[in-house]
Design a protein around this ligand. Structure first.
Ligand SMILES: [Zn+2]
Length: 181
C-alpha cells in the first residue's frame, strides 16, 4: 500500500480513474503524488507494483484494468513517468525504516503474551525482515537510477526491461542447474 495516503470522502457515483472493476469501499489521495482520488484497490496494487523490480511482469487476479493499461493513465494524471513515480514511492517507503522504534513497537505488540523463547524467535524474524526490507528498497533504488540513466542516454525502457528480465531468467535457470547438479 502506498505510504503517505489519506482517506477522503468522494461524491456519490464517483469512479476511480485507474480501474473499472474494483468494488470501491473507500478512496484515497497520495500526498505529494496524486490529488485525484483513487480507490483503495488501486492504491494497494500500485504499492505492490512499485515495490517489485521494474522488469517483473505483474498479473493481478482482478477483473479491473490490467496494470499495463493503468500505468499510462497514472502517468497522464500525475504528469510523472512511471519510473519517477516508482523512485519516489520507494524512497518514501525506505524512509519509513529510519525509525527503529516502529520495529520495536511492532515486536512488543506481536509478542505481548508470549513466553521468552517464543518472543526471541519472533523478534529475530522481525529484525531479519526489517533488514531485508531495507536491502530490497536500496537495491530497487539503484536499479531505477540505472534505468533512468540508460533512458537518458537514448535507450528504450522496454528493451532494457526485457533484457533484465531475460538475464534474470537465465540466472534462475543456471541456479536450478547448479542445485540439481
Ligand atoms: Zn481503482
Amino acid at each position: 500500500m502506498i505510504k503517505g495516503y489519506k482517506v477522503i470522502e468522494v461524491e456519490k457515483g464517483y469512479r476511480c480513474p485507474l480501474c473499472n472493476g474494483h468494488d470501491d469501499c473507500y478512496y484515497v489521495i497520495l500526498d505529494g503524488l496524486l490529488d485525484i482520488p483513487i480507490c483503495d484497490g488501486c492504491n494497494y496494487e500500485f504499492g505492490y507494483y512499485f515495490l517489485s523490480p521494474p522488469e517483473s511482469p505483474i498479473w493481478f487476479l482482478s477483473d479491473t484494468l490490467p496494470i499495463w493499461e493503468r500505468v499510462p493513465i497514472l502517468e497522464t494524471i500525475t504528469g510523472i513517468s512511471i519510473h519517477d513515480l516508482r523512485l519516489s514511492y520507494v524512497l518514501r517507503s525506505l524512509s519509513s525504516y529510519v525509525d527503529l522504534n516502529i520495529l520495536n513497537e511492532k515486536i512488543s505488540s506481536m509478542t505481548e503474551n508470549m513466553d521468552e523463547d517464543k518472543k526471541k524467535i519472533i523478534a529475530r524474524k522481525e529484525r531479519h525482515n526489517w533488514i531485508a526490507g531495507i536491502r530490497h528498497r536500496k537495491k530497487l533504488i539503484r536499479k531505477i537510477l540505472k534505468l533512468r540513466e540508460k533512458i537518458q542516454t537514448g535507450y528504450d525502457d522496454s528493451d532494457i526491461l526485457i533484457r533484465w528480465w531475460n538475464k534474470r531468467e537465465e540466472n534462475r535457470f543456471k541456479c536450478k542447474k547448479l542445485i540439481s547438479g
